[in-house]
Design a protein around this ligand. Structure first.
Ligand code: HEC
Length: 147
């Protein structure tokens, strides 16, 4: 009985401590965070929206093309492994992100909505994979966009 109670108490304690542990284990890097906020988040929002509903006109496709270019540029900037981060899987995660950005650009350049939908899944997955490997410091600020 007593033992059971302790186990329950321990489970409760773990539950309470877990969010703190996640934050403590967060992959903090100001340059990466700035890049996420300045480029990756706004550009991916434009792309996710274009994939959800194909742009209605040339201006919309042009905006999506610029966004795809911004993602490719961001992938380029993310290539050097940030200080204090493990090179693996960082390099693989960046490569997957770069590939998805490239596929997105090709789909948008061809104004191919079906291809964009496909590349979008890979793009979203690349965000998720990297954030699982390197959790953002603000747990509440995880990617909220959905493909
Ligand atoms: C190669 C790794 C990597 C990829 C790919 C990546 N991110 Fe991030 N992202 C990070 C890291 C690391 C942080 C946390 C930086 C910090 O907290 O210092 C972060 C933080 C964030 C945050 C939290 C921002 C905040 O205000 O706290 C959001 C939102 C985000 N990324 C969106 C995205 C989206 C959307 C994509 C894909 C289109 C993406 N990220 C792709 C590494 C990545």
């Amino acid at each position: 009985m007593r033992k059971k109670l302790r186990r329950a108490e321990f489970a409760l304690l773990l539950l309470l401590l877990l969010p703190a542990l996640v934050v403590a284990g967060a992959a903090k890097n100001n340059a990466v965070l700035r890049l996420m906020k300045a480029k990756v988040i706004p550009a991916s929002t434009v792309v996710f929206e274009a994939a959800a509903e194909a742009p209605a006109n040339g201006a919309g496709w042009q905006a999506a093309l610029q966004a795809a270019d911004a993602l490719a540029a961001a992938a380029e900037e993310l290539k050097p492994t940030p200080r204090g981060f493990a090179a693996t899987p960082w390099q693989n995660d960046v490569a997957a992100f770069a590939d998805a950005a490239r596929a997105t650009r090709q789909a948008v350049a061809r104004r191919d909505a079906a291809a964009l939908e496909a590349s979008n899944g890979a793009l979203y997955q690349s965000c998720e994979t990297c954030h699982t490997d390197y959790p953002p410091r603000a747990v509440s600020a995880r990617v909220s966009a959905r493909p």
